[in-house]
Write a protein that binds this ligand. Structure first.
Ligand code: FAD
Length: 303
């Protein structure tokens, strides 16, 4: 398939099986690059609808995100989705990033506001010449490139900066009105939070797919720290499951797989058809969880 023809497929499952997508982060070293490509090679045959590559805080990975996306386009049949934030950059610089992506054949962008450069929890200040909100970024991309599919974020526990759920849903609504065609949720561990959020979203008349973001917790202590800072509740029952396993990576891995597999199977049982996995650039757990969802390798292969 030529890069320019590569459009994200519909998220509707045609086979009756759930559709899946994967998030990767751009590697920093050659070893991390080799590891990422082993992961992509292992997961590509599961035929994800798209694979996304994150954009470092403050635009710190701009070139590495681009290089990873370009390599995915060149060496695989996968549909890459490039994350992009408004942080710390004038509109012209962001427009340039989008133009470069469009030129090489990227047709899917995950458009975000991003975190304050001064750190999560501190007040966000938009760049004076930059996009002031994520909805402005979405509108700009869709106006200039209607053929780019735009995905946005969603927050089952509301974003920590949102005054309340109404304010949070106003932002989601603005992003949808600007042309976003799906949202991926922040990681959550309690499925009820997702279903309650979905009820609120649908009650607003927002009908885009809201893909649950699933994170297998390879390293519970470390992951707990960063998901908590991002506003995700880590329930006591989850903490208990990893209790005493700090020095036992092997058992932690089995527990992490069991927890995430239980979560996705329950979501699937309640009719969820699309899953987005935060892979942390690791294939093993995600591959096993997809297997439990009934997904088997297809003929599609990473090069
Ligand atoms: P928005 O959707 O624009 O806003 C989120 C919420 O914050 C809104 O509901 C709104 O009510 C509230 N809000 C926004 N601005 C204000 C304000 N000024 N005052 C009060 N409330 C406000 N970060 C990265 O740096 N790189 C990535 O690649 C990346 N990928 C992500 C992918 C997903 C699926 C998700 C869920 C998050 C990702 N993030 C990433 C994190 C994200 O940048 C942060 O959560 C950031 O704080 C908000 O960006 P957003 O686009 O979600 O914000």
């Amino acid at each position: 398939m030529s890069a320019s023809a590569r459009q994200p497929e519909s998220v509707a499952a045609s086979s009756g099986l759930p559709t899946i997508s994967f998030e990767f982060f751009p590697p920093k070293t050659e070893e991390m690059e080799r590891n990422l490509w082993d992961t992509i090679t292992r997961l590509a045959p599961l035929a994800p609808s798209f694979v996304s590559v994150t954009y470092g805080a403050g635009g710190s990975t701009r070139e590495r995100t681009h290089a990873t996306i370009a390599r995915i386009l060149k060496e695989t049949d996968l549909v890459p989705a490039a994350h992009l934030t408004c942080v710390n950059a004038p509109r012209a610089a962001i427009d340039d990033v989008v133009a470069r992506y469009h030129e090489v054949g990227v047709r899917h962008i995950v458009a975000l506001r991003g975190d304050p450069t001064t750190g999560i929890g501190t007040p966000y200040a938009a760049h004076p010449d930059g996009y002031q909100t994520s909805a402005e970024l979405v509108a700009s991309i869709k106006t200039r490139y209607p053929d780019i599919d735009v995905t946005v974020s969603a927050y089952p526990e509301k974003h920590p900066e949102s005054r309340d759920f109404d304010a949070d849903l106003d932002t989601l609504q603005a992003k949808v009105d600007a042309g976003a065609s799906r949202a991926i949720t922040q990681v959550f561990f309690d499925n009820d939070l997702y279903f309650r959020y979905l009820d609120r979203v649908r009650a607003r008349g927002i009908d885009i797919p809201i893909l649950p973001g699933i994170m297998p917790m390879h390293n519970f202590r470390q992951a707990k720290g960063f998901v908590t800072r991002a506003g995700t509740t880590v329930p006591a029952w989850l903490e208990e499951k990893f209790d005493g396993l700090d020095d036992d990576a092997e058992t932690r891995k089995l527990v992490a797989a069991a927890v995430a597999a239980g979560q996705v199977q329950k979501l699937a049982k309640h009719g969820v058809e699309n899953f987005h996995f935060y892979t942390m650039n690791r294939a093993d757990l995600v591959f096993a969880i997809c297997h439990l969802l009934g997904i088997r390798p297809a003929t599609q292969k990473a090069a």
